[in-house]
Design a protein around this ligand. Structure first.
Ligand SMILES: [Zn+2]
Length: 329
């Protein structure tokens, strides 16, 4: 955990300076005209001119700006120091932090804490298009699916039947939310919320996110049989007969890595986020992916995690309204 006594967590000037350091590592650049020439940008100082602290003047376009222009903070009434604090708390807590706890720790309303947390999750979301698929030649990717929580709209079965809950009242497998997870051994994980797990929907996730030169490890589920043929190799273990690991020459075929990714996610969802709307599940998945992909053993520190979130917050838009819209992978 970072030192929460740092001024950036309670002093607005320090919080702004910290944001400037992340957004502008090479000095301020103008959000209006894109000018990055520091000699043509001046800090507006002095009591007469300065209405807003942290104001800059661009000689190129004669415009004024601060570091929050073009970010979610621009129109936010929430102090930057509280954004830093919330980002630290979410970025450094292994299983996340509930909006209730953020609300108490930050001294903001529950609704504000909820909105901030979803904004931060949005900033944690990996830009899959720019980072490209995981895996590759000589790499191993494990894929599996898991079922969590109850679906909000029960799935209709064939001939209009609706699956009944189990005797204990819990949702049966068919009425749970479906998450497909992919993880490159020693590398990144990506999890997706699917409305339906079929060979076609799972294939779509796989081919868009896993390099076909990879070796694919799955269980013997039929979801992966055909798609597995598109990969350099496809190895399976048969969970149905209790086979979870199998030695094949020098390698051990197993899907323990994705199991452990799911396990952290599930403990977080059960222990911290007890009530998660189905429409928001993709953002919680992004949060757990983010922390896994920047885990300590890969050399990431709390500061690096938080700076990565702050970089992600720039340019991404999420209004209160769009935070409520449904989203499937
Ligand atoms: Zn300019």
């Amino acid at each position: 955990m970072a030192d929460l006594r740092h001024p950036m967590f309670h002093d607005e000037d320090a919080a702004r300076a910290a944001l400037e350091a992340v957004r502008w590592p090479h000095g301020p650049n103008c959000p209006h005209c894109g000018n990055i020439d520091g000699s043509k940008i001046a800090k507006v100082e002095g009591k007469k001119q300065s209405h807003r602290p942290g104001l800059y003047y661009c000689n190129e376009c004669k415009g004024q700006f601060t570091v929050t222009v073009g970010t979610v903070f621009e129109r936010s009434k929430i102090p930057l120091s509280k954004w830093w604090l919330a980002t630290h708390l979410l970025g450094a807590s292994k299983k996340g932090m509930s909006a209730h706890q953020l609300h108490r720790m930050l001294g903001v309303t529950y609704k504000t804490a909820w909105f901030m947390a979803h904004r931060i999750r949005e900033a944690m979301k990996e830009d899959v298009k720019s980072s490209g698929p995981i895996g590759g030649e000589g790499k191993t990717v494990e894929a599996d699916e898991t079922y969590i929580g109850k679906r909000e709209t029960p799935r209709k079965l064939s001939r209009g039947r609706i699956a009944k809950p189990t005797k204990s009242g819990k949702a049966g497998g068919a009425q749970k939310r479906i998450v497909v997870g992919l993880v490159e051994r020693g590398g990144k994980a990506r999890m997706f919320h699917l409305n339906d797990a079929t060979a076609a929907t799972v294939r779509d996730v796989l081919v868009r996110n896993v390099d076909r030169k990879s070796t694919l490890y799955t269980d013997s589920s039929r979801l992966y049989t055909r798609t597995g043929e598109e990969y350099a190799a496809h190895k399976t273990t048969n969970h149905a007969i209790g086979e979870y690991a199998r030695r094949e020459g020098d390698v051990v075929v197993h899907s323990n890595t994705i199991e452990s990714v799911f396990s952290v996610f599930k403990r977080g969802m059960v222990g911290v986020y007890q009530h998660c709307g189905e429409a928001h599940l993709h953002r919680y998945l992004a949060e757990f992916d983010f922390r896994y992909n920047r885990r300590t053993v890969l050399g990431f520190t709390d500061k690096m995690r938080v700076d990565a979130i702050m970089e992600g917050i720039e340019g991404k838009r999420l209004t209160y309204r769009s935070a409520h819209e449904a989203h499937h992978a």
